[in-house]
Design a protein around this ligand. Sequence first.
Ligand code: SAM
Ligand code: SF4
Length: 479
Amino acid sequence: MNKEKLEISIPSFLAAKKRNNDKIERIDYKIEDKYKDLGLGKTYAIFTYGCQGNVLDSENMAGILEEAGYRLAEDKYNADVVILNTCAIRENAEDRIWGVLGQLKGRKQLNPNMVIAISGCMPQEEGATKKLEESYKFVDIILGTHNRHHLLKLIYNVYEKKMRVVEVLSGQGNIVENVPIVRNYKHKAFVNIMFGCDEFCTYCIVPYTRGRERSRAKEDILAEVNELVKEGYKEITLLGQNVNAYGKDLGNDYTFGDLLRDIDKTGIERVRFTSPHPRDMDENAISAMAECKSVMPHLHFPVQSGNDRVLKIMNRKYTREEYLYKIKRLKEEIPGISITTDIIVGYPGETREEFNDTLTLVEEAGFEGAFTFIYSKREGTPAAKMEDPISDSEKHKWFDELKKAVDKGYLRGTERFVGEVVEVLVDGESKSDLGMMSGYSKHNKLTHFKSNDKSLIGKIVKVKVKEAKSWFMIGDLVE
Ligand code: SAM
Ligand code: SF4
């Protein structure tokens, strides 16, 4: 294949940071006639890394490909089109992706017609794009987060012109509606309500890779939810990098809390959302969570650090006290709510005393789980230029201490349900235990119960909890 590039548009952090104030375009996706049979007799595979936003993007790319005739490959490494939908949040996510690319290189030597595409946040990074261009020449398509809906055009260009295609657009991004979708589950679905992020936390790459904060029209969201209810879906998870900033960019008074109330009226049984920013968790959102029967009593509420100086240099725009006040309000309004969080350890310049504040916050907030991360330097972000005197081994020590504190919270969070009857939305057979089925309780606790009855998948059943482990609960079906 001729490796000259057909289109070049590489990302620029400067361009990404300089948001323009152009009106966000709302585009209706429609497949062009010339692509309708593009994939007939061909297969596809998608490797997905990172956040739930990426999972949803992959479901959309699967929808786009299937509409053009592609079918899911049985062997992921042998498909006609292989997409790696990537994550750039931390270095170890990137390392795994380079590893899979290495394996695909060998496969492509055996099957030169295989088309390999890289999408998602990694190509949106200046450094990674250069590396892909220079050292991974067997990758045929490099596309960013803003132009996923051009996927068929890019594949077509590779087929027709036998050329490599690089199309990574920087800037604000737009909103594309009516993108086809193949959902991973028949009973629970992700629904994007907003895209991008304007927060610019100093460690984070997302505002550069995902563009300006932009909310979907509430009519489009409600139409999608109504359709899901009609199709029998039981649970939706509303997605956004800063999900509770929903509506701020639309310039009217309609906020996240109002959207929760309207979604509740659609009749969907369960609503979850991720990830809210503590600064934007207002009283309207808290009271909507309390009043709407469908909104589940679990909140993933990323705090990042328990120390005010660290929070400030992270640009989180809240203090420890303000965060804890919101937790208090949530617990008052939604008794028994389960709260989980994200925490970064070893931020540049963080001291042992400052880290201790994070440890005490874990106790004080009563977290029932946390995603914990060792700070990972992301080129182009402000934190990458900060002095970082703490050694890696010291950071790992802190990390282990934090994990111990967090694990105690996990166990406390499941033990409180022993002897109680919980409602579980059944996902399927347990992955680890034959003869068991599994699903999540309202408080988002993975729950296993003895049964072989596959007809329960997608139903909400009652389970009496008899045993609590850190990561799951075990119980018996209640007739
Ligand atoms: N928007 C969400 C928020 O503000 O909480 C989170 C989005 S981010 C994709 C998920 C988590 O990754 C963050 O909450 C943070 O804890 C972690 N993260 C982001 N950048 C990181 C970095 N450079 N090093 C380590 N962890 C990072
Ligand atoms: Fe990244 Fe979340 Fe901060 Fe946005 S709010 S910059 S996505 S950590």
